[in-house]
Design a binder for this molecule. Structure first.
Ligand code: FE2
Length: 400
């Protein structure tokens, strides 16, 4: 456009010593942001949620029912999330899509019908509050509510990854390809499998199962990495790239802080508590350094959640269960985002630095080197809740 044109933006060559461009600008919306806005339901953006039941929801024309998107800080573009309510005695619209989907049943009971193009027989499996399952990539599926009260489903997806790459929702929702390598239609596909084995990368307790009936009450193997008596299970579901696990801190104990970049959202499935998260630059003792006001906090109970590292860069985060029940989470990371499981040089030597103390070269703050404010407040909070602390003095002994 010529410089003297009267309409529209036109470009000026910078003078000597000046830079081209605006200098300051707003971050643009990505294709997935535009997709969410076009769906005309709310988008909840924050560091967490106290209880998803309380989020405002609106009728959702594409899916049926009512819903809201959830895009917690730090997870933008890494993976997506939404809550959808199926009305009592109702069903959602059938759909299929070129992104992975994990489903946690927050409330209610019902069933999922699933099928692929060319398969004459639909497969159906039943779920209830606490069930966790994955929808195989691009498989047709339909959620049906079996009761007269509403059912609430929390879904995690790799929709942002696909939409920001392809930038064409019509293709994402109308591709006819059957991923028979992920889903063959076998009758026992959604039958729970209980065998434990070490995961092939880090050797942590893993189950290859496409359905867990109840992650609120299922047995959990001992792990010990985050707190004494910590339990953890890593389900590998539906051949998905989407990484998730289930973890539990014992009643009266809290996790050590550790540090990494964003991706993880911890969803509370038992007990109640709170999380502190702060940027690595504040150091390991932010209250002692007079920067306690820069530490972010999210409280939650069943159905609540927090983004472990909610902004850019590496953030410390530490989780505190304050109920008579243990604090149990399921943590969701999306595909290829976990710090230990993202692309890099194959065969490169790695260590589980997120479970190794800072003084030993890791990224975790041991109890005996943490900010004293943390223990003091935790024990005061437990006392107010009538729950005995099980953070024994020996855990804080220097040099332990
Ligand atoms: Fe973490």
């Amino acid at each position: 456009m010529p410089h003297d044109a009267s309409e529209g933006a036109h470009w000026h060559e910078p003078k000597a010593g000046e830079n081209a461009g605006f200098g300051n600008f707003s971050r643009p919306a990505m294709p997935y942001d535009r997709f969410m806005e076009a769906e005309n339901i709310p988008v909840h953006r924050a560091i967490g949620v106290h209880r998803v039941h309380d989020l405002p929801m609106k009728p959702w024309a594409r899916l049926g029912g009512r819903g809201t998107y959830i895009q917690l800080f730090g997870t933008e573009g890494l993976w997506g999330m939404y809550v959808v309510e199926i009305p009592g005695g109702g069903a959602l619209n059938a759909e299929h899509h070129l992104y992975e989907k994990e489903v946690f049943v927050v409330e209610g009971r019902g069933s999922t019908e699933i099928w692929q193009d060319g398969q004459t027989k639909k497969q159906t499996f039943e779920w209830q509050k606490g069930s966790l399952f994955s929808i195989p990539l691009n498989a047709h599926h339909r959620f049906v509510n079996a009761s007269s009260s509403p059912a609430l489903l929390l879904c995690g997806t790799s929709a942002p990854n696909m939409m920001n790459l392809i930038d064409n929702p019509h293709f994402i929702f109308n591709c006819p390809y059957d991923f028979t390598d992920r889903y063959s239609g076998n009758d026992d596909y959604f039958k729970p499998k209980d065998d434990l084995e070490p995961d092939p990368v880090r050797g942590l307790a893993m189950k290859r199962t496409n359905f867990i009936p109840d992650i609120i009450n299922c047995e959990m193997p001992l792990d010990n990495r985050r707190s004494p008596g910590y339990r953890r299970l890593e389900p590998h579901m539906g051949g998905q790239r989407f990484h998730l696990w289930i973890g539990q801190h014992e009643t009266g104990r809290y996790s050590k802080a550790h540090c990494h970049e964003s991706a993880a959202i911890l969803i509370c499935v038992k007990g109640k508590g709170y999380t502190y998260t702060w940027p690595e630059g504040l150091g390991s003792k932010p209250w002692e350094a007079g920067k306690g006001d820069k530490v972010m906090r999210q409280d939650y109970e069943f159905g609540g959640m927090v983004s472990a590292a909610p902004m850019s860069g590496d953030w410390f985060h530490q989780h505190f269960g304050i109920s008579k029940d243990p604090l149990r989470f399921t943590a969701w990371f999306g595909p290829n985002n976990h710090s230990a499981l993202k692309p890099g040089r194959p065969g490169e030597a790695m260590a589980d630095i997120w479970a190794i103390d800072i003084k030993k070269g890791g990224r975790a703050i041991p109890y005996n080197d943490e900010d004293p404010y943390i223990r003091k407040e935790f024990e005061q909070t437990l006392a107010a809740e009538g729950v005995p602390s099980r953070m024994e003095e020996k855990l804080y002994v220097k040099g332990d």
